[in-house]
Design a protein around this ligand. Structure first.
Ligand code: HEC
Length: 203
């Protein structure tokens, strides 16, 4: 009975809080608190738990930086992109399909050898035949075909996948290349999945 009463009180409190306008964030209090929740994480997690300048601004402005800050972020993130030395951004679409489908790797339960996938389907529709996908990101169905398989557009897609925040300052899409989560070859394969005329994305 006591538990029931407590639940009611908590729901009441939550509803009251939701009705209020968001409180300004105090990064000096928030960041140590978030870090303390991951106190058992090994040293290899340090770079993930420390916000860089870009994400500090996105966090403190609730992903709504001023236009000047926005331009500064995009310029800074653009400068991090490393394009393939030979300029070819298109790899193997069949391997790209695996990158898009798999969401394994980089979790506490994974070993360093676990395959790292891009998990693109978690946020995007891609091949028309695939019925299971998330909708946080826009549909990428027919992406290359809709862009006439343009080389410049493929290069832009490589840049987007390498560092999404070089295009949209506070994008919710991970910075796959910048964070060294996907390799250059995997990003090229993902671009091929979007841009190869034979890829199921364009069928
Ligand atoms: C956590 C969700 C998430 C994941 C995972 C994700 N994306 Fe995205 N993506 C987004 C969102 C949200 C946008 C739209 C906002 C933006 O442009 O950043 C987007 C935009 C894009 C765009 C630009 C679309 C346009 O408007 O032209 C491309 C291309 C893209 N994603 C490719 C990929 C690929 C390839 C992968 C996997 C390697 C991937 N995304 C993984 C969330 C995600």
């Amino acid at each position: 009975m006591k538990a029931f009463a407590l639940t009611v009180v908590l729901i009441g409190a939550a509803t009251g809080a939701a009705a209020q306008s968001p409180q300004p964030l105090d990064a000096a209090k928030l960041e140590p608190y978030v870090k303390s929740m991951w106190s058992k994480a090994g040293p290899e997690w340090a770079s993930v738990l420390t916000l860089d300048e870009t994400n500090s601004i996105c966090s403190s402005t609730r992903n709504a930086p001023s236009p000047a800050e926005y331009d500064k972020i995009v310029a800074r993130e653009k400068a991090t992109i490393v394009f393939p030395a030979d300029g070819n951004v298109i790899g193997d679409w069949k391997k790209g399909e695996i990158v898009a489908q798999r969401g394994t790797g980089g979790q506490f339960t994974d070993t360093p050898e676990t395959y790292r996938g891009g998990n693109c389907y978690a946020c995007h529709e891609l091949a028309a035949k695939e019925v299971s996908y998330g909708t946080l990101g826009p549909s990428l169905k027919g992406y290359g075909k809709a862009r006439n398989f343009s080389k410049d557009e493929a290069r832009a897609a490589y840049a987007k996948i390498y560092n999404a925040q070089s295009v949209m300052a506070c994008s919710q899409m991970p910075r796959f290349g910048h964070n060294k989560f996907l390799s250059e070859a995997q990003i090229k394969d993902a671009v091929a999945y979007l841009f190869d005329p034979e890829s199921p994305v364009n069928k």
